[in-house]
Write a protein that binds this ligand. Structure first.
Ligand code: ATP
Length: 282
């Protein structure tokens, strides 16, 4: 049996450069993993089936589950047909902008690499992950990375920002396709630069991180779901040092240098929102 942590991610920057003819968007973003996780366990089966079990009823347990897809794609690539039972202990909210499904898929790829002794490198796993979903290649690596293309070009950056993170999710599920669909790329006038964020992280200056943070999908989600604006305003009012929507939303995160301040904000946010989480960058 193999256990893997499936860490959520936040976007410190998210820029959309162009819509591609294949329907995907060319993006440039700084992604950061946090120690808020789903837990995946993999148990070999005697037959050749991929079986998914989950502790929650609201994610699919058939071939629509990204964890299933990951195991299937890996088997196809390697020409092996062993069975596996995948248990998902889901903690990360779904359709929240935290890559909940992609990180489960990445954890399955890493875990099966061990279980089946495939000796694939992270780069090889990440290339296989591309077929499963755009955020999977980053989730294979975790840490801090600049991500480009439609998500398949991952450049891990060897810095370890040490922020406390409050994740605050308004009570709605937002579809990534809906938000990208409503984005008019030609009307984006402020493009957050991944390079500026990396320099800011390297400098360790939280104000520089706040200045470099940006997500071009934020105004799109805010226009469609005004509840999201209120969550951001509340975090700012309470003293969040860097405040931004993650991915296509609706989760908004706040970054803090000090644990005590983060805990205070976490406790206050919990009085008005059900889905609030306290974690750290990792
Ligand atoms: P991203 O930040 O990558 O856009 P997200 O947090 O917005 O991701 P997910 O939580 O990955 O979105 O879920 C999106 C959809 O994927 C949901 O409709 C869900 O049913 C489906 N899904 C498939 N497999 C999983 C899984 N293992 N965990 C969560 N959702 C899954």
């Amino acid at each position: 049996m193999v256990f893997e942590k499936a860490r959520a991610k936040i976007n410190l920057t998210l820029d959309v450069l162009a819509k591609r003819p294949d329907g995907y968007h060319d993006v440039e973003m700084v992604m950061q993993s946090v120690d808020f996780c789903d837990y995946i366990s993999l148990t070999p089966r005697l037959d050749n089936q991929i079986v998914i079990r989950a502790n929650v009823p609201y994610i699919p347990t058939d071939e629509r589950n990204l964890a299933y897809k990951a195991a299937h794609v890996l088997r196809m690539h390697m020409g092996i047909f062993r069975g596996v039972e995948i248990d998902i202990d889901k903690r990360i909210p779904v359709a929240a902008g935290l890559a909940g499904g992609s990180t489960d898929a990445a954890a399955v790829l890493r875990g099966l690499n061990h279980l089946w002794q495939l000796h694939l490198s992270l780069k090889e796993l990440s290339q296989i992950g591309e077929e499963v979903g755009s955020d999977v290649p980053f989730c294979i690596y975790g840490g801090t990375a600049v991500v480009r293309g439609r998500g398949e070009i991952v450049e891990p950056v060897p810095i370890r920002p040490a922020f406390w993170v409050v994740l605050a999710k308004p009570p709605l599920a937002v579809s990534t396709a809906e938000i990208y669909g409503a984005l008019d790329v030609s009307s984006v006038d402020l493009h957050p630069r991944a390079n500026n964020m990396i320099l800011a992280l390297q400098s360790g200056d939280v104000q520089a991180v706040a200045d470099a943070a940006g997500n071009v999908l934020e105004p799109v989600c805010f226009a469609l779901y005004p509840e999201t604006i209120r969550v951001k305003e509340q975090l700012v009012r309470l003293g969040s040092q860097v405040t931004l929507m993650s991915g296509s939303g609706p989760t908004v995160f706040g970054l803090f240098e000090r644990e005590q301040r983060a805990r205070r904000v976490y406790n206050t946010m919990r009085t008005t929102l059900k889905e609030v989480y306290l974690c750290q960058t990792c």
